[in-house]
Structures are given as C-alpha cells and as structure tokens.
Design a protein around this ligand. Structure first.
Ligand code: BG6
Length: 512
C-alpha cells in the first residue's frame, strides 16, 4: 500500500512543554535512569516538550555529589542516546542534575531532599511541583511513599502538584498489589499516582485506539459475530540476561501478563469510551479487565501452558539453557514462557477466546495482536471447501516493524479459480519515517501535564492479578514436569501448541 500523507495528518498529540517541575528519581544510579529516563528527557528537550524551568534530583544510597552524578551520566549519555547526540542539548539537561545520597528508610534522607528542593526553588526558580519517580527495586515502593508522606512531601501547597510514578512490577500477586495500592493511597490520592507500563508508551499501542475508534470500518465487525478468536503474542529472543535475581522469583507470567499483555488485551477489547478523557478511557479498560474470567484451579490445567528454555541455537549462535544462566538455580522451576486462554464475560465477546503467550529465547522478536475472523459461511469455489479457506487475519504489529496487515484470499491468476493468501500491509516507517525513541517520552510528558490516560489505575492492577492468581497458585503447588521443555530458538513448548489444537486452532507464528 502506498499513499501520500500530509504531515498535518500525522497522528501526534500536538501539545506544548510539560509544566515546570522537579523530577526526583529514587534509585537514580540504576540502569533505568541511564538507559531510559535520561535519553527520554533528552528526546523531550529536543522536541521542545520539556519545561524551561526544570530540574532532576537523583536519590540513591550510592555515594555521589551532584557533580560526580552529572559526570557519570554525561559519560554514559552518548552511548544511550536513541539518535544523534547533540552535546548542547545534553549540557542543558546536565546543568539541571542534582543528587542526594541516602538510604530509603532513613527520614534524614528526606530532610536532605527537602533542603535540596528548597535550594532549587530559590536558586533556579523551579516551582514546587514534584514528580517522584520510583525507579528502585519494588520492595522499596511502599517504604519510599511512606517516608515522603511523613516528610510532608506528598501534600502540595495550593496551586502546585505532587505526582508519583511507580515502575513495575506492581506487586507479585493479588494480595501484595492490594497492599501496595493501600500503602500508596495512605499518602496520596489516586489522581496523584501514575502506575507506569512501558507498553503504553509504544506508538503502535497508542495507535490501537485511533485505529479502532478513528475509523468507521472496523468497529461494526469488531465482535463475536465476526471474530473467531484473538491471539496476543509477546515473543522475545533475549534470555534472562543479568536479571536472574529478579526473574527467578517472577517468571514469565508475572513479568509480562497482568501488565503488558492485559493492557494490549484491554485496548483491543474495550468499548468505545464516551470521550478521550483519562477517566472515560480507563473506565472502559477497567471494565474489560473486570470481565476477564479467572480459570478455576482445574481449569488452569486446560487453559494455560508454561515452559522453560533449554540450550539451543538463535541467529546461528549457540545459547545457554535457562538453568545454565548465571544466577539461576540448577533445578529452577521458573517459567520463561507462559500461554493462556481467557474469555471476556460481556455481550461483545462472549464465546470468543483470547489466547495470550509470551516467552524468552523464542525464534523471533515479535509482539503482535492478531484478530482472526470467522470463515465465510458457504462453499462457493470448486475444489475448495470452506474449511480449507484460510480465515482473514488482521494483525497489529506492535514491534518490531510497527504496522498493520490484513490477510485475505485472492484468486491466483489463471484459467481455474484457485485461491491464495495475500497480505495488505501498512508499515509505520514507510509512511511516517522511523522515530527513534525509548517509549518513555510520551509517558513522562503525560505525567508533566497531568494526563493519566495511559497509566494503570488501582482497580486495573488488581483486576489483572485476580485473573492470573489461580495460575500462580496451581503452578506453585504443582512443580512443572519436564522443564526445560522448549529449545532456545523455537516457538515454545509443545504444550502451548496443544492448548490451541484442542480448540481446533493454531498459533500464527509468521504474522507477516
Ligand atoms: C519488561 C520485562 O517489563 O518488558 C522484561 O520485565 C521484558 O522481562 C520487557 O524483556 C519487554 O519489553 P519490550 O519493550 O522489549 O517488549
């Protein structure tokens, strides 16, 4: 497909810079700050979306002065930039970097932070709007919130704001997520809390709403009458990397499903909101998550599959099995692959299964949502039964190669009527050019302007955990037999194929 698109028609939120504020990053010496937050701030500055009056305060227990913190980030900045690196832009940001050394359970850390914020306000004229970013290990989230509350830092003076960004993982099961929500809510109102899910920062994910509700032709067929089932895949080629410390206690299900995959599902299945106001959109997403049916304990055995990768070959290279990776137990029971079938208990989706899967060390990196339509009702073509016709599939390619494609049958040229599958494709890069970004830019900017649309609300986080809790419980109670059960470089365990085969369906692995 090709067509001229006027730049003015480009789907972009045309908004000005964020509101003047100080961004306080807890856990500022970690990877997230260097690899994602700083490059995002840099990109926002380049795009003219950072406020002129702006500062960053890093807080961490690693000893630093503001000067040494600045120097360290400056050394790393060019290597972490998503595009060409302009030292002038970086210097603008570097001049605004400050640092407070301290441990998170010590009230003195927060006194020092308060003093630093006062100085910034006085010397640089940045008003007392504070954006607190929790980039620490998750066990500190509740504690830092409590200390901020005790120090009086969560209550904004009149006309100013205090906002909190919480990274994932948001809890490790339903109970801990509810506890964390309660802890945060003791010191802040829901309207101050931004639970971040970086999938919501991806362009294609944001485009889903535009695709569904900005066009007239899809909504009329977007339901149980026309759709047979939906597949959502987040396949990674990466292994556990250096994250065994976290991943061993998490696993693929916790790591990806209640957050990223359920967000994709909610956007795919939600009703049209009455407006694009944050609460209107979040209400509709929350309704879908609340309508997901958690499996019964017995149901887990037939509606889910788990896997762990063995050594294999990826991109021509031999790679280790999960149990051989550094920091992983020799008999680890942690799953690196999870697949499940969920149903949505509402009028639009009754009887339409949503199949979700995610895994590490799979054959290709590919995140897709594919909508499988029903077959035509009648056999009209000679020598070809309806059952043999491949159903139409609409695929949203979240990454890489962001775009949308539609598979349909076409007559193969020649004297006989033979049908072949063809693909109609739209690729973002071809229409709009590639825009290298971290995916955090939109989300950070949204916090600075107070737009919660793309962030998870308390009820959404708990609804997600409620659905997978039976899987967590059953998988914990019944150790997996036969781990490892898929080779690195394959498409996952046979059990996951079986899950769909039992329903007369198959995973689509080559969603072109
Ligand atoms: C993170 C998970 O949230 O998402 C990682 O903790 C995973 O394990 C990552 O690799 C995937 O994100 P992306 O953007 O690469 O699809």
């Amino acid at each position: 497909m090709s067509a001229e698109i006027a730049p003015a028609a480009a789907v972009e939120r045309q908004r000005g810079p964020g509101e003047a504020c100080v961004m306080v990053i807890f856990g500022a010496t970690g990877d997230l700050t260097k690899r994602l937050l700083m490059p995002s701030l840099y990109n926002l500055k380049t795009a003219g979306l950072l406020p002129e009056r702006f500062a960053v305060v890093g807080v961490s227990n690693i000893e630093h002065t503001s000067q040494s913190f600045r120097e360290e980030l400056t050394r790393e900045a060019p290597g972490n930039a998503t595009g060409t690196f302009d030292p002038a832009v970086w210097n603008w940001l570097a001049e605004r970097l400050h640092y407070v050394t301290g441990v998170f359970d010590d009230p003195a850390t927060f006194e020092r932070l308060q003093q630093r914020l006062d100085i910034i306000e006085k010397e640089s004229g940045v008003p007392g709007n504070h954006l607190y970013y929790f980039a620490t290990a998750p066990q500190f989230f509740g504690l830092i919130a409590e200390r901020l509350g005790e120090a009086g830092l969560t209550r904004p003076p009149d006309g100013l704001w205090r906002r909190l960004v919480v990274e994932k993982p948001f809890g490790r099961d339903l109970e801990s997520a509810s506890q964390l929500n309660a802890q945060l809510r003791r010191v802040m109102g829901e309207e101050q809390i931004y639970r971040i899910d970086h999938y919501m920062g991806k362009e294609t994910v944001q485009n889903l709403m535009v695709f569904r509700f900005g066009n007239g032709i899809f909504e009329p067929i977007w339901d149980r009458r026309y759709i047979d089932h939906v597949q959502i895949t987040a396949a990674e080629t990466l292994g556990v990397e250096k994250r065994a410390g976290y991943y061993e206690g998490a696993g693929a299900l916790r790591d990806m499903v209640p957050n990223h995959l359920f967000q994709l599902l909610a956007l795919t299945a939600m009703e049209p909101p009455s407006s694009f106001a944050a609460e209107a959109v979040r209400d509709e997403k929350a309704k879908i998550l609340a309508a997901l049916q958690p499996p019964s304990a017995e149901g887990v055995l037939t509606s889910a599959a788990r896997g762990q990768y063995a050594a294999g070959t990826l991109g021509g290279a031999r790679v280790l099995g999960y149990r051989e990776e550094p920091g992983v137990a020799a008999q680890s029971q942690t799953e690196t692959y999870a697949a499940l079938r969920v149903g949505i208990d509402n009028w639009r989706w009754a009887g339409v299964p949503f199949y979700l899967r995610t895994g590490k060390r799979l054959k290709a990196r590919s995140t897709t949502i594919s909508i499988h339509f029903r077959r035509p009702p009648l056999q009209l073509f000679r020598r070809m039964g309806v059952g043999e016709l491949d159903p139409n599939v609409l695929t949203i390619h979240v990454q890489p190669d962001e775009g949308i494609s539609l598979r349909f049958g076409a007559k193969i040229p020649g004297p006989t009527v033979d049908i072949g599958d063809v693909q109609m494709k739209f690729k973002y890069a071809e229409y709009f050019g590639a825009r290298p970004a971290t995916g955090y830019e939109t989300l950070l900017h949204d916090v600075m302007i107070g737009d919660q649309t793309l962030f998870q609300r308390a009820d959404m986080t708990e609804a997600g955990w409620r659905v997978i809790q039976p899987l967590l419980d059953v998988w914990h109670a019944l150790p997996a037999r036969g781990f490892p059960n898929y080779a690195a470089g394959s498409w996952g365990p046979a059990e996951a194929d079986e899950l769909l085969r039992r329903d007369g369906r198959a995973w689509i692995n080559d969603a072109a």
